[in-house]
Design a protein around this ligand. Structure first.
Ligand code: ZN
Length: 262
């Protein structure tokens, strides 16, 4: 699953290319999209903006129509000049949105639907997402309240719960916990609020640094480094599958002892 920051960048890139443009062609292999397009064509509408919501991408068209896509593991949006040769085979194409200057092509996107913009907050997968770490107006207190509301779950698992917090992925979950010396297996209620503030602030900083085009992401401290020594204490970095979705968690047992009182 792409990290929130890659959805954020995809949305920003698409927004810069497409916002304010008139759609000259719409095509999809999804019957539930083409059915609506036939009844109420996308062609001729203005593409008003493209926004991320957590790991979802929303394309807002004039007339209250929103195209909601989710990349999952393999989906991606590409931008091409009209007529330019695609870098992926045609049979991977799922959606094409063309304007006079750019053509946006969704390849292997598994989830796509049209929504009425007024439905967005009533849609299960989009409703009630926690504050987005990359949003300019990120609400730290609300995010922590939502983490608390998850109950007695491990922090490494809680950080990935999109109902508490949107936008963090596996990489920055592990990196932010390491940066703050918090064990991924600590239970949320056992982590003091000021520690949670630090973890979320670190995650936000890491995501912003990675999203900024002018800076290269710093080297990773724990993610993907299992079996290698911690750069701070020399302890061997560990990896474990965590939570009901068995997501990889990387941590340093030396810097992030499981039984420590943070
Ligand atoms: Zn260490």
């Amino acid at each position: 699953m792409p990290e929130g920051d890659s959805i954020f960048r995809a949305a920003r890139t698409l927004d810069r290319a497409l916002a304010g443009r008139t759609v000259t062609r719409f095509e999809s292999v999804f019957p539930r999209l083409t059915r609506i397009d036939r009844r109420d064509p996308v062609r001729g509408r203005t593409l008003e903006r493209v926004t991320p919501r957590g790991k979802h991408l929303l394309m807002w068209f004039s007339g209250e129509l929103v195209l909601h896509t989710h990349m999952r593991m393999n989906g991606s949006w590409h931008l091409y000049r009209p007529g330019e040769r695609w870098m992926r085979p045609g049979h991977d194409m799922r959606i094409v949105v063309t304007t006079d200057t750019w053509e946006a092509v969704a390849f292997n996107v598994p989830t796509a639907e049209f929504l009425d913009s007024r439905q967005i907050d009533r849609t299960d997968s989009l409703r009630d997402l926690g504050p987005d770490l990359l949003a300019a107006e990120f609400d730290l207190d609300a995010a922590i309240d939502r983490l608390d509301a998850l109950g007695n779950v491990e922090i490494g698992d809680a950080l990935l719960d999109q109902h508490a917090l949107a936008g963090i992925g596996n990489i920055y979950k592990s990196e932010a916990l390491f940066a703050c010396r918090v064990s991924p297996f600590a239970r949320v209620p056992a982590v003091p609020r000021e520690r949670l503030v630090k973890v979320l602030s670190a995650a936000r900083r890491l995501l912003q640094a990675h999203t900024s085009e002018s800076r290269r992401p710093g080297p990773r401290a724990v993610y993907g480094r299992h079996g290698r020594p911690c750069r701070l204490c020399g302890t061997t970095i560990q990896r474990r599958l965590q939570g009901p979705n068995a997501r990889s968690t990387y941590w340093c047992p030396g810097c992030q002892p499981e039984d420590s009182r943070p």
